[in-house]
Design a protein around this ligand. Structure first.
Ligand code: SAH
Length: 259
């Protein structure tokens, strides 16, 4: 589906920006690059900036006019550094990502069109687009680097694509850690922690079993308030184990808790 979305760069002056755009595309799973009358291409600068994405550059189609670049496209999205170059239906990058994905999913071809570094797209070129897309940058300094603008839209396309495919946007490993670290402890785990805590406090002579006063109930109130997770409980239990060993003069390599 992402192969149905092409990135069109019009009359780019700096080959480095073509390479940067290729890299931005490949990071986000896009591969179809079309160059309209580039000023300097192929170029070693483009390859250098593309880093590992020179396959996108190698497969890039070079054409003479924007019309040729748009052949077969039923949705054309033109980007502009200014929000209202000419009055036209306007999308923000998020809406652009969703619209591009929806069309591509239905088998239609979509073009994301980017302009010249110094002059953007001409009014005539902008009028060939169904929608204009403006990245809501600071109006006092609104123009992004060309490859950076490609990155923003390619990212939005990817987010829309991941949502459409029901794919997670968080890596499973991190998600699992987050879930594990936020899982609350159970009442019985908390009870054995209090027993362990009491034992440690006696060992270090902070708590006199003959005169316990209200210490344990106060500590229960403290820990009861703090919504300790399973991961945090493991850390506390590790500290208690080592405290007891230290108080007894025993030394051993503590198994490290992965915090
Ligand atoms: N001086 C030009 C700036 C062009 S920047 C002008 O005022 O139009 C080069 C290209 O990067 C633009 O043609 C557009 O494709 C993209 N771009 C830069 N900033 C952008 C923004 N804020 N929103 C959308 N596209 C942007």
């Amino acid at each position: 589906m992402l192969e149905n979305i092409r990135v069109v760069l019009v009359n780019t002056s700096h080959p480095g920006n073509i390479g940067g755009a290729a890299r931005a595309m490949k990071n986000m799973g896009l591969s179809q690059l079309v160059l309209v009358d580039p000023q300097d291409f192929p170029s070693a600068d483009a390859v250098a900036r593309a880093s590992g994405a020179s396959d996108v550059l190698d497969a890039a189609q070079v054409v003479g006019t924007l019309e040729e670049a748009l052949v077969g496209c039923s949705l054309v999205l033109g980007t502009s550094a200014r929000d209202r170059r000419i009055p036209w239906p306007l999308l923000d990058p998020r809406e652009c990502g969703v619209a591009a994905c929806e069309q591509a999913q239905q088998g239609a071809h979509v073009a994301l069109v980017f302009g010249r570094e110094y002059a953007g797209l001409t009014n005539e070129e902008l009028q060939r687009c169904h929608f204009h897309v403006h990245i809501p940058s600071d109006p006092a300094f609104s123009s992004l680097n060309l490859a950076a603008a490609v990155q923003v839209l390619a990212y939005e396309v990817r987010m829309a694509w991941l949502a459409a495919e029901n794919q997670p946007t968080k890596t499973p490993k991190l998600e699992a850690t987050a879930i594990q670290s936020s899982q609350p402890v159970t009442a019985d785990e908390l009870e054995s922690f209090y027993a362990h805590l009491e034992q440690a406090l006696v060992e270090i002579k902070f708590l006199d079993p003959a005169k316990p006063r209200h210490l344990m109930s106060r500590l229960r109130r403290l820990y009861g308030r703090s919504e300790v997770s399973k991961l945090e409980m493991n850390i506390l239990r590790g500290i208690l184990t080592e405290t007891i060993k230290a108080a007894r003069g025993e030394h051993s390599e503590r198994e490290k808790v992965d915090v």
